[in-house]
Write a protein that binds this ligand. Sequence first.
Ligand SMILES: [Zn+2]
Length: 89
Amino acid sequence: MQQNPVLRVCISCRKTYDRKDLLKITKDHKQGIMLQKGMGRSAYICKSKKCYSDSKIKKKLQKALKTFLEPEFVEIFEKEITSFNNYPH
Ligand SMILES: [Zn+2]
């Protein structure tokens, strides 16, 4: 039986990818912004450097998640996506 991949759209380039290849950013109801986990409104971003290092990415995320992101968020986010990219999967 073939398993259909779960497809999601990158909020930066608007391309469709397999869920596994995207970094998920969630505005959790209780814990606030979480990466790869949490329940709530979510946005996805692909591994392309063009996308995650986009200067407008924070604004795009804020719009997608309908929330305000702390300035530190971008730093944490960049670290997370860098390790995510280096992780073989
Ligand atoms: Zn992208």
